[in-house]
Ligand binder design. Sequence first.
Ligand code: SF4
Length: 214
Amino acid sequence: MSKDPDYLDYNGLKIDPLIFTQGFVPACDLSICGGRCCHWGVNVDKPHVDVIMQYEDKIKEVMDKHQPKDSSEWFEKESHEDEDFPSGYAIGTEVFVSPQGLEKCVFNDSIGRCSIQVMAVENGMHKWAIKPKYCIMYPLTIVDNVLTCDLDHAERLDYCGTSHPENYTRTVFESTTEELKHIIGEEGYNFLNDHYIKHYKSKNIYSKESEEKI
Ligand code: SF4
């Protein structure tokens, strides 16, 4: 990623101003997209695999009959170096082929839900308690210590993707209030929101603000 002098800095994390201008849909809606952003799996901080595996049996309980129950098939065998993860190493979730012939993350169920999140909710935990960080963040991502929009995924997605601007009603920043507060805290969110109001809000071209569906 090339250096951009317009990046903001928050506690050492660089912020790409693209998050203030890139459009997004009113809300993630599995009834429309089926959770397609999950079809490639996700990279997980290496120690976080052990956290997820502490809930192995409970996750199996909420998986549908087609998802692989053999947990040796849930994660790649080898980790790889990645400085964007706290341990410096990441491991990918594996994919499987659904009855519809779609490759998708092993944790993605038949109606597009994440079994890790479903398990958490059904067991009284916060919905994101053990969900991989980069899944929580989407359509945001962090690449080379820059908080930005995940255009790699967005270019491949129907409904919310970059080839469907007709579906956009607001910016990625406006769509990810809860996610940003979770990732960089309330103070970090307020810092970004002040910047957004001062420099971007009046120029927002996505004026069709609408109700969230979820
Ligand atoms: S872990 Fe859950 S949210 Fe992340 S890609 Fe897999 S199914 Fe989707």
